[in-house]
Design a protein around this ligand. Sequence first.
Ligand SMILES: C[S@@+](CC[C@H](N)C(=O)[O-])C[C@H]1O[C@@H](n2cnc3c(N)ncnc32)[C@H](O)[C@@H]1O
Length: 688
Amino acid sequence: MTPEQRQELMRLLEKGDDISPEWARILFPPEKREYELVYYGKDREEDIIADTLAVPLQPVRTFGRNGVDWHNKLIFGDNLQVMKTLLEMKKKGELRNEDGTDGVRLVYIDPPFSTQQEFKGTEDQKAYQDKIAGALFVEFIRKRLVFLKALLADNGSLYIHLDTRKSHYIKIILDELLNEGRFENEIIWKRSSAHSDSSTFANLHDSILFYRRGVDSVFNPVYQPYSEDYIDERYKHKEADGRRYLDRDLSSTGLKGGGYLYEWKGITQQWRCPRETMKRYEIENRLYYTKKGVARYKQYLDEMPGVALQDIWLDINAVNSQAKERVGYPTQKPESLIDRIIRSSSNEGDLVLDAFAGSGTVCAVAEKLGRRWIGIDCGKLAIYAIQKRMLDLKKGIGNKGAKLTPKPFTLYNAGLYDFSKLKELSWPEWRFFALQLFGCRDEKHKIGGIEFDGYRQGQSVMVFNHMEAKHKGACISEETIEEIHEAAGARVGNKIFIIAPALAFDFQQDYIDLDKIRYYALRIPYSMIHELHRREFTALKQPSDEMAVNDTVEAVGFDFIRTPELKYKVGTERPKGKLFEEGYIKIETFKSDAVVREPFKKKENLETLSMVMLDFDYDVESKVFAFDSVFYADALEKEDWVARFPIEQLGQKVMMIFLDIYGNEARVLIDAENFGLGKTKAKSRRKK
Ligand SMILES: C[S@@+](CC[C@H](N)C(=O)[O-])C[C@H]1O[C@@H](n2cnc3c(N)ncnc32)[C@H](O)[C@@H]1O
């Protein structure tokens, strides 16, 4: 800072004037970089990692038998928190490629880019607010990229799928995080065929940015067949059997280190191969002679791999409405696009991660190509779509060909837990889960003869053994805290944490202060831990209309599943103006109060409904929910909360999942006959 600048700053401070953001650059000059992207709310990388809460993975269900050292993972939750957990797994050597190397070999993400916020006010205000929304979006992605970078193997690669609205900002962010030199390509994918826009040039492409983590990151060139034009132009010669070839120079011109001087069929010159090789070529009919009698090499078309793929991809269509691979999830990307990326930047047995999994294209293609995979999504619809997709998998890309049974994979909840499942845990499992939930280090120790289970921010943590206590009829009372204080109080820091199920506490307070030591009661399910984490917890939001599926969603903290209250009617009727009877579900009551952020605000009836998902022919044996149809709340509201569908779709049993905006489900399994079809109708349908 120059003396003049110092004086000017002092003057501004004394006057109490606003300090413009440019001063940030003068006060804190960038040390290494020549330039960087500066925006409101940009956090330090270290802080992003430190401030993110790891959330334990609660297994919900395993499909197939789990592998000994690895099984693929489908995780429901906010990807930031989940990635913090994955990072801890990586540190413990639990995130491995088949060859034993640590970390994820390939990341592909296709994050949402619609920011649906509507701002009212003047044009200027709107423009300003748009910029804020833009900065929030960039930081949302950057935070995830910080974790993805940390999760990557040293020789891993990262692809991020964006459109032209934001790709330039994210490129700068990636240059900063991964180093500009690691940028490999901006792949232009022509996603849509011509559509007209008379006001400007129609936008037809997405941008996929490709970075390598290390110089030696895996790269397998992918080849494409030559175009007809290219073949006609270059492969002009044909053998009698129609085999096409071109002729290559056999003189040593341009060859480093010279060639071999000899005479061949009357021509003496420097050749690029020795006479012995030339003789072999002659026997193998690999020589072509020009009009002047000069020998040239026959290069057959069918021996060539094709053209090495370049960075403009025009030959892959978006998933159309008739495509076999279509799963009915908005924003689904084509398998052939992902196939190229996975083949190029990973080998069999390598671990591939998609933190915005959507319909699970990466999981499906990784499975087909023999890779390990992890898919994360915060949308229940996405999770069900993926689950179904993995169980209906076909071997070929585009979901064609013979059936493929996927290797075992486990579905996990992260951040929204099933409390009833926790009750099934053994004591060591419960203890481990509790420590993870509150971000504690597992390390038993004794103070004043009292046993503690670990540490949280350097302070001792006790996980109360409620299972043993239950037999003795014991609980944690104020006296228990006093006893702990008497025995250990003098030797602990200024806080002690006690984790237990809510019912195990005999007092209501969130903490008890004794001689400047604060004894926190950490209740499971979640109680008052805002103070503990020094931040607001926010819940995951499920979309209530199709457009919102591509919105950014962020959740901090965790909660426990609470089943919403539900009343409904089902039946068949012929709607006005229609020729045939249709099945219907009328939702009369839907209430849920599982709101971390606003725990005491009662919601109106139907206000918290996100969507209704249906499996028309639920398989009671496998108990897999294979969803067939989805009705978003916004659309249902317009139909007076009635969902209608053709009765032909009904099988024997129908599973209905009524989802709230926080991810809680009310599940109902009913006989198709309950729709009032009459036995004969139901039977005849079943025979079909
Ligand atoms: C564009 S879609 C991905 C589509 C996917 N590539 C496919 O082929 O189907 C983006 C996905 O990101 C998910 N998402 C948004 N925010 C998220 C978050 N914080 N954590 C996890 N998933 C998130 C959305 O639920 C949505 O499914």
